[in-house]
Write a protein that binds this ligand. Structure first.
Ligand SMILES: [Zn+2]
Length: 129
């Protein structure tokens, strides 16, 4: 990949990282997730509104999963920027072949080519319904 392309993807990654960091920072500041958790654990001593509690817990789990997700994504973006600077960007971590630029355009922090990603997805345990 030539320098111009690398710079282009680097800018893209930097921009994504910045907006993601702002989002996480905002979630931390609001701290709605953590304070809700405290309230919920206090409430669980009383058996007043079991149905309300259940939906409260779902919210918390969703919020925590979301934050975890965002932090994992931030990590990936950081790794990708590192690769732009030190080499290896746009190379599949599994098979070592170049990742298509169309894919990088869509997912600039992609670690695997489409083929390997599909294989990885197939081997993942299916969600229980
Ligand atoms: Zn691959």
């Amino acid at each position: 990949m030539d320098k111009k392309k690398l710079d282009y993807f680097k800018n893209k990654l930097m921009f994504e990282r910045k907006s993601l960091m702002e989002l996480i920072e905002q979630m931390r500041k609001n701290d709605t997730i953590d304070s809700k958790m405290e309230i919920a654990s206090e409430l669980s001593y009383y058996d007043n509104h079991p149905s309300d509690l259940a939906s409260e817990f779902n919210d918390i789990q969703r919020g925590m999963a979301f934050r975890k997700n965002e932090e994992a994504l931030l990590n990936k973006i950081g790794n990708a920027i590192d690769k732009v600077e030190h080499g290896g960007y746009g190379i599949c971590e599994v098979c070592g072949k170049p990742i298509s630029e169309e894919r990088l355009e869509f997912v600039p922090y992609a670690e695997n080519c489409v083929e390997c990603q599909n294989k990885l997805n197939d081997s993942m345990p299916r969600e229980k319904k």
